[in-house]
Design a protein around this ligand. Structure first.
Ligand SMILES: [Mg+2]
Length: 266
């Protein structure tokens, strides 16, 4: 497959938003993608969905999400958006889906890249020990065996102490609000995006993302965009080649989709 433009995008809080992250009311219909216990956890506007459909026709759209494979499949992009991206990066780069199926070659590459770091079970024990100090038992969720996620309110210093113990094991800690990700330092979305670029021979890569877990993917892209209210931007992380939206929430999702579409004409 020869596609000149590869558009790698995060999903949550970049193109799809939970009810809580939806921001100001937008004009036009909204398409729900996921509900958890009756609460909308992923939605986008119809206009945004239409733009992504157009993007998928004009370029190689590569969703690159922190979601596990099961969480990604729950969005049912094919059923709801009529779009079946040929490649999807899940679990923060730990899993590549090709044609909707697990790509064993990439899994082997990831295993090699992570050969020198502590196994997930050992790091889970470290995390559980630190959680016990807060009287929190979890639940600690593991994303396809690639990394750990927990929701917790932590006191000053807790995160740093956890990070220090993870660091010596080759793992890093990235916190978004109360969501704490503990992942191998060598596990990145950017590496998986680069693999897809290599396989497809794409000449130009553009990227969109909101969080510190998207930073390496944005940094490596030829151009990119991040939401003005994203964790990365509010933490003061910017890149000369990465634009910033003027809108927030669902409207920013539309703005990002429009920006990506405009890149197909560059
Ligand atoms: Mg995100």
């Amino acid at each position: 497959m020869i596609t000149s433009l590869l558009a790698a995008t995060d999903l949550d809080r970049t193109l799809v938003h939970s009810a809580r992250a939806a921001g100001p009311q937008v004009a036009g219909p909204v398409l729900g993608l996921e509900r958890v216990r009756g609460v909308v956890t992923a939605q986008l506007t119809r206009r945004c969905a239409a733009r992504l459909g157009e993007l998928d026709r004009r370029a190689l759209w590569l969703p690159a999400t922190t979601r596990s494979v099961a969480e990604y499949r729950r969005l049912d992009l094919e059923g709801r958006l009529g779009v079946a991206p040929p490649f999807v990066v899940c679990a923060g780069g730990g899993v590549l889906l090709t044609g909707g199926e697990l790509d064993g070659d990439w899994s082997a590459v990831v295993r090699d890249r992570l050969a020198g770091v502590a196994p997930i079970g050992e790091v889970a024990d470290v995390l559980v020990r630190h959680l016990a100090r807060l009287d929190v038992a979890g639940p600690v969720r593991d994303a396809d065996g690639c990394f750990l996620v927990v929701r917790v309110r932590w006191p000053a210093g807790w995160l740093e102490e956890l990070a220090a113990e993870c660091d010596v094991r080759g793992w890093r800690v990235v916190a978004h609000g109360e969501k704490v990700h503990v992942l191998p330092a060598a596990l990145t979305k950017g590496a998986a995006v680069e693999e897809v670029r290599r396989r497809t021979g794409a000449r130009r890569v553009v990227a969109a993302g909101d969080s510190p877990l998207d930073a390496d993917m944005l940094e490596a892209a030829d151009a990119g965009i991040q939401p003005v209210d994203g964790r990365l931007h509010t933490a003061g992380r910017g890149f000369a080649h990465v634009a910033v939206t003027t809108t927030t929430g669902l409207a920013a999702g539309e703005e990002i989709a429009a920006w990506l579409l405009a890149q197909t004409e560059v």
